[in-house]
Write a protein that binds this ligand. Sequence first.
Ligand code: FAD
Ligand code: NAD
Length: 447
Amino acid sequence: MKTIHTQNLIIGFGKAGKTLAADLSKHGQEVILVEQNTEMYGGTCINIGCIPSKKLLVEGAKRSLENDKTSVFQAAMSAKNGLIPKLRTANFAKLDNLDNVQVIHAKAHFKDDKTVILQSDNDKTEVSAERIFINTGADSNRLDVAGADGKRVFYSTEMLSLTERPKRLIIVGGGYISLEFAFMYKQFGSEVTILDNSETFLPREDRDVAEEMLRILNSKKINVVQNMNVHGFVEHAHETVVQTTQGDFLADAILVAVGRHANTQGLALEQAGIQTDNRGFIQTDNYLRVKGKDHIWAMGDVAGSPMFTYISLDDYRIVREQLFGQGMRSRDDRTIFPTTTFTEPPLSQIGMTETAALKAGRQVKVLKMKAEAIPKAKVLGQTDGLLKAIVDKDSDEILGVTLFCAEAHEMINLFKMAMDNHIPASYLKNQIFTHPTMSEGLNDLFA
Ligand SMILES: Cc1cc2nc3c(=O)[nH]c(=O)nc-3n(C[C@H](O)[C@H](O)[C@H](O)COP(=O)(O)OP(=O)(O)OC[C@H]3O[C@@H](n4cnc5c(N)ncnc54)[C@H](O)[C@@H]3O)c2cc1C
Ligand SMILES: NC(=O)c1ccc[n+]([C@@H]2O[C@H](COP(=O)([O-])OP(=O)(O)OC[C@H]3O[C@@H](n4cnc5c(N)ncnc54)[C@H](O)[C@@H]3O)[C@@H](O)[C@H]2O)c1
């Protein structure tokens, strides 16, 4: 077994890890970044997450008026298959081209809190490191029911690379992945049914927003069944029966999208004395330092940070500030951040919903308008949805915004800046916007 020493060992080629590797190198530090899967160079986002899913959504939308849905599906898959390897190669080259960064293809596990074993097919290397950064991401939760290992039961990764378009798609779960894949496969002409076990559809959203999403889903003939549990899957020659508390459903493909868990299996965290919380995420302080270990950090999904690429990037910023700055940045600095579910239209949110503000005892003004009132929505032919802002009655402070309309995913970022800088609601009422844009609708929303 080879033994090497490095200043910095990064486990996992995720967003935080790859950005930190480049930064450490820029500062003259030597880095080993270990990734277990060559098909994952660049991490979840570019290979099996955000980018391939959005590429398929965009390609499907481009050809939404075409009747031959099999060819729409094939063209979208082929466009996605063309893009992803290029991004992966570029991500690898970006680090590999740096003199003091070494990317090693191996699976890492801890020997102790200063030593990590890198195990590849035919090689084993022991690395002792001054600093260790864990950025191993998350993986799909499995359904523990009979038949869940059947050939038509898939998770998001497989659904991004199906070779045959399913005529009937059942999606188990009613969150981000469920909704985005429901719209995606609807564009490919599949009959889509969402089976969710929660009593309330989109529980984090206000009811008017959830009802509008439900209306849009139904108008597209995407069926949503709430409050049900899957008992099992029974595989037949040409279809699979999904057995639930609300009867049987027939499917050509099933997507299970019921959340994701930390990728810590096989890391042998216990050998390094690294603890996980009751949900399996690595326990850190607000500066992402692993509990009780001054030289080990965890970043991104595995650290229990909200599962978004831009939050993993922000985790990198928190660590960067400790290594090269004043060390002041922490998780407390991002109490509010925007989110978007890439449906049609996209659903974007920041800060408090109306329900959350009232629950917190705030005295609020609720500003609300339909997307169809915005001229650009008519130009785009995308008049579904609504916009909502929650404003403190006395101080005029913007407490939260929900944009469920065309271009919402771009517009919501404006509110991160406005809210961080305490720009009052009245400012938006008179802000000059270009025309015709969806953003100009904010003049009316805040009027
Ligand atoms: C289908 C889907 C769509 C998504 N869409 C969006 C979106 O639109 N916007 C958004 O912001 N977020 C989205 N997300 C979430 C986002 O992709 C993740 O939150 C983000 O990529 C997590 O990055 P990370 O830095 O934690 O690690 P990851 O990018 O997950 O990287 C972890 C890496 O570590 C490697 N690894 C694991 N264990 C080991 C080991 N023992 N040794 C060596 N290597 C190891 C893994 O192979 C992996 O490459 C989506 C996720 C999915 C699944
Ligand atoms: N646009 C984006 O930013 C984006 C897109 C995709 C994924 N993501 C990230 O990835 C994470 C994982 O996505 P996800 O959709 O798997 O999780 P999620 O937490 O968003 O949704 C899980 C859903 O599954 C349901 N559920 C749980 N157990 C169930 C069961 N046994 N039967 C039926 N339904 C069940 C829940 O009620 C919930 O509706 C998200 O939380 C998000 O952070 C982000």
